[in-house]
Design a protein around this ligand. Sequence first.
Ligand code: UDX
Length: 434
Amino acid sequence: MRIAIIGSGYVGLTAGVGFAHFGNSVVCADIDPAKIEKLARGICPIYELGLEDLLKENLSKGRIRFTTDIKDAVKDAEAVFFAVNTPEGEYGKANLTYLLNAAKTVAPLCATGTLFINKSTAPVGTIEKIRETISKARGDDQFYVATNPEFLKEGTAVEDFLHPDRIVVGVDHPEAEQRLRALYRPLIEDGVPFIATNIATAELTKYAANSMLALRISFINEIADFCELVGADVKQVAHAIGLDKRIGSHFLRAGIGYGGSCFGKDVKALALSGEEHGYEFKIIKALSTVNDLRYRIVITKLQKHLKNLHGARIAVLGLAFKPMTDDVRSAPALRIIHELLDHGARITAYDPVANEPFKKMFSRSGEVTFVTSLHDAARGADALLLLTAWDEFQAMSLKEIRSITTGVLIVDGMNMLERNAAEAAGFTYEGIGR
Ligand code: UDX
């Protein structure tokens, strides 16, 4: 099938490369000429395992191309995917400006009978807005709409696209469903469940999934705080409850709270979407509140041991919001380093891949010393503060690191080290909830 994808970010690019890999003819568009130029040469602008290789392979087979010219992108398309960002707007509502602008721009350029599919995360009711926008811009109703939420995770985006747990589509016409089934045929044949629902159901599914995952994290974080008061170990609690098949073990890792471009924004957007429909989400609102306060826990732990943070040299290990990505959007490190600087701490920061993105995003980068190795960060530090669960940190030789630090404190915001090993190397260890 001939497909156009509007927006070549995480979701658009991965989907574009994935659909090309299935044998479709894909054109990816974006307004950023520098990004398009790189992609056309097979250079992936984001750090995403396996994506560049798959991109190169499909470029060489002529199944995917990139353009900034929207008209060129959609002129032959039978299906047009919208994968532009829907950032947090006023009061936490999803900002649909980019999405609706994209719909308005492409609508008159497409052939009769085109299927327009939304892949951007957007609240219930968005497809109706897209339909109205397209209808007005074209002056007809000779097109189809659908929603197809994307559940991929950063760091494993390619794997998640090629081997998803399920495919969800929201449709209101058999032709739309048929075309989406055709697009996903290789996965359906592999046994991946294909769930076709009405449009509102599919739109809500994305928010419900992200909120459920975020809920589990906030839940285990509250359990972790209580563990500290009663002498329990949250890792063992999580392991034990996770073995109950009704609960399962995923997303029960206690720590400094969730970050990234999705959870915070989607949880808030769902609560607001509820209010717009006269419904108050009590649990959803609470889980956001729990997460927004997580940054305090590591500050309190540093203060407990170092007393005054003023002048203290803290080695921050990890800046990305999670390992295997250089994404720092809503990373806990942003808030935590900001607080530490306010307390007068001197920060030396190291991330295996996210130093540069962090420098760009953080408003006080000039006050932080960024280094390019774990050892450079640790040397002379009064405390090590682990904020991202990179394998490199888990595998570090604690004895060797202790020989170059000034102080003995490790605050492990991701619970990735073992207390015994840290103490055997001469450190004082503070985890979360244990
Ligand atoms: C998430 C959803 O998982 C994905 O389906 C959706 O499409 C986009 O949002 P992503 O933001 O890439 O994906 O990251 P994810 O792996 O879900 O982690 C989100 C955050 O939760 C990270 O900050 C991570 O460190 C944190 N987390 C995760 C925990 O604190 N504890 C856990 O047990 C799991």
